[in-house]
Ligand binder design. Structure first.
Ligand code: GCO
Length: 441
C-alpha cells in the first residue's frame, strides 16, 4: 500500500546558523551568547565550539548544489543576528546582509524556496549584557532586526519564522542553565518566554507592514508528556506541565489567552497585559518540532531516564512515533492552529562512514518512515498540516553535546569537511519525488 502526501505538500530540510556556519568572527560578525558559552570551559562536550562548524559560511554554494541533487524543494535556515547587528542594535554590518543575500539568490537559482528563522538562539552578547530577554526593551531591538531583514530579503523570501523553540530558549537557557546564557532563575525564564512571544507579535506586524504577502510563524517543540507510570501524581504534574511547556507559547499566539493555571499556580509567572495578548495573537502558520515523548512516572518527568521499553537514539531519547501523531492532533484541536508545518523532526544515531563513502543508517530511515506514517494519520484525522522539514540537512553542532550526535541526512567528515549523502538522504529524496512511500502490511 502507498502512503501518499498531497502534491502541494511542502518538503524540506532544516538547519540553524550557529550549528553550521562557522566563521564566528569573520567579516564584522559580533559575538553571540553561544560563542561566549562555548568559549567558557565546562559547558560543551569535548570543548567543541561553533567557530568552524560545517564551514557553511564559505561552502554554501556546494551545500546548495548537494541539496539540489537531492531534489529538496524547501530549505529552512536561520540568520545570525550578530552577523547583521554585531552589537544587537545600532549600525548594520553590510557584510552580514551580503552573505544572506547571496545565500538566498543561490537557493532561488537552484529552484529551492528559502524559509528563514530569525532567532535560532544566537543572541548578540552585547544585548545579553544589557539585560537580555527578561527585559522588555529587547522586544524593540528584535523588531528592528526583523524589519531590517524583511527590507533586505522580503522581495524574495516569503516564509518567515520569528523564533525557534521559545521553550528551549527560556527554560534550558534561563532556568535549567544547560544552554546559553546558562542562567538558573525560573522567574527570568518565564519573563523570557513572555517577551519572546511579545517580540514575535511585534515582528509579525513589522514584517507584514513591509511585505503584506509574507507568511509568518514561529516554531514550537511540542512537549508531549506520556504518563508511563499511569499514576495520579504523574497525571497531576502533566496537567500543569502541559500548560507551562506548551500553553504559554501556543495559547497567546493561536488563541489570544495566557493559561490561567500557570498564573494561579506559579508565583514566578509574569504579569500579563491584555494589550500584549492582542499583539501576540498573530500568525499565518505555526511550526511543530517533535523528537520524542517526555516520559513521566511517580510524579517525575525525565528526558533521558532509562525506561527499558523504548529504543533510544544517540541523544538517549526514546523513539515514540505515536507521540508525534498525538502532538500534531493537540496542535490542531486543543490549540486550533489553522496551518501546521512540521519544521523539525529527526534523529541522531552512531553513524559510520564506509570506505566507499556510504552511511547505512537503517535506524534513521526507520525513524523517518515511522514518523511520516504517523503524520499522514494525523492528516487523515483532519490536522491541517502543509509541510514537513527533516532535521537536519547535514550533521552539525548539537549544542551542549558538540559534534558527537549526528542528525544529518548528509554525513559531514569534520576533518576534511567532505559531505556524503547518507542512505536516509537518498530515501528522503525518493519520498519527495514520489510524494510518499510504499509500505508493506
Ligand atoms: C532543537 C533545535 C535544533 C536541534 C535539534 C536536535 O530542536 O533543539 O531546533 O537546533 O539541533 O532539535 O536536538
Amino acid at each position: 500500500m502507498k502512503i501518499s502526501f498531497p502534491s502541494n505538500f511542502k518538503w524540506g530540510v532544516a538547519t540553524a546558523a550557529f550549528q553550521i556556519e562557522g566563521a564566528w568572527n569573520e567579516d564584522g560578525k559580533g559575538e553571540s551568547i553561544w560563542d561566549r558559552f562555548c568559549h567558557t570551559p565546562g559547558h560543551i562536550e569535548r570543548s567543541d565550539t561553533g567557530d568552524i562548524a560545517c564551514d557553511h559560511y564559505h561552502r554554501y554554494p556546494e551545500d546548495i548544489k548537494l541539496m539540489q541533487s537531492m531534489n529538496i524543494p524547501n530549505y529552512r535556515f536561520s540568520v545570525s543576528w550578530p552577523r547583521i547587528y554585531p552589537n544587537g542594535k545600532g549600525a548594520v554590518n553590510q557584510n552580514g546582509l551580503d552573505f544572506y543575500n547571496k545565500l538566498v539568490d543561490t537557493l532561488l537559482k537552484a529552484g529551492i524556496e528559502p524559509w528563514i528563522t530569525l532567532y535560532h538562539w544566537d543572541l548578540p552578547q552585547a544585548l545579553h549584557d544589557e539585560g537580555s530577554w527578561p527585559e522588555r526593551k529587547i522586544t524593540d531591538y528584535f523588531t528592528t532586526y526583523a524589519e531590517t531583514m524583511a527590507k533586505a530579503l522580503g522581495d524574495r523570501v516569503k516564509n518567515w519564522m520569528t523564533f525557534n523553540e521559545p521553550w528551549v530558549v527560556s527554560f534550558m537557557g534561563y532556568h535549567e542553565g544547560v544552554f546559553a546564557p546558562g542562567e538558573t532563575s525560573e522567574k527570568r525564564a518565564l519573563q523570557t518566554a513572555y517577551h519572546l512571544m511579545l517580540a514575535h507579535g511585534k515582528a509579525y506586524s513589522a514584517i507584514k507592514s513591509i511585505h503584506s504577502d509574507a507568511r509568518i510563524g514561529f516554531t514550537h517543540n511540542y512537549l508531549h508528556y506520556h504518563n508511563l507510570g499511569r499514576d495520579e501524581k504523574s497525571a497531576q504534574l502533566i496537567n500543569y506541565k502541559q500548560h507551562e511547556s506548551n500553553g504559554i507559547f501556543l495559547e497567546p499566539v493561536s488563541l489570544g489567552n495566557y493559561p490561567e493555571i500557570v498564573l494561579e499556580q506559579n508565583a514566578n509567572a509574569p504579569t500579563v497585559h491584555p494589550d500584549d495578548l492582542k499583539v501576540m495573537n498573530q500568525y499565518d502558520f505555526i511550526g511543530i518540532q517533535y523528537y520524542f515523548d517526555v516520559l513521566v512516572a511517580n510524579g517525575e518527568w525525565s528526558f533521558d531516564k532509562p525506561f527499558p521499553i523504548y529504543k533510544r537514539t544517540e541523544m538517549g531519547w526514546p523513539v515514540t512515533p505515536v507521540g508525534f501523531y498525538e502532538s500534531i492532533m493537540s496542535f490542531a484541536t486543543e490549540y486550533q492552529v489553522k496551518d501546521i508545518i512540521v519544521t523539525e523532526n529527526g534523529s541522531a544515531w552512531p553513524d559510520t562512514l564506509s570506505p566507499e563513502g556510504n552511511v547505512f543508517d537503517d535506524d534513521r530511515q526507520h525513524y523517518l518512515i515511522d514518523h511520516l506514517y504517523q503524520l499522514r494519520r494525523a492528516m487523515d484525522d483532519g490536522a491541517p498540516v502543509s509541510g514537513y522539514f527533516a532535521w537536519a540537512f547535514m550533521d552539525n553542532f548539537e549544542w551542549k553535546h558538540g559534534y558527537r550526535p549526528r542528525f544529518g541526512l548528509v554525513y559531514v567528515d569534520y576533518g576534511s569537511q567532505k559531505r556524503h549523502i547518507k542512505e536516509s538522504g537518498h530515501l528522503f529524496s525518493k519520498i519527495i519525488q514520489e510524494k510518499g512511500f510504499e509500505c508493506i502490511v
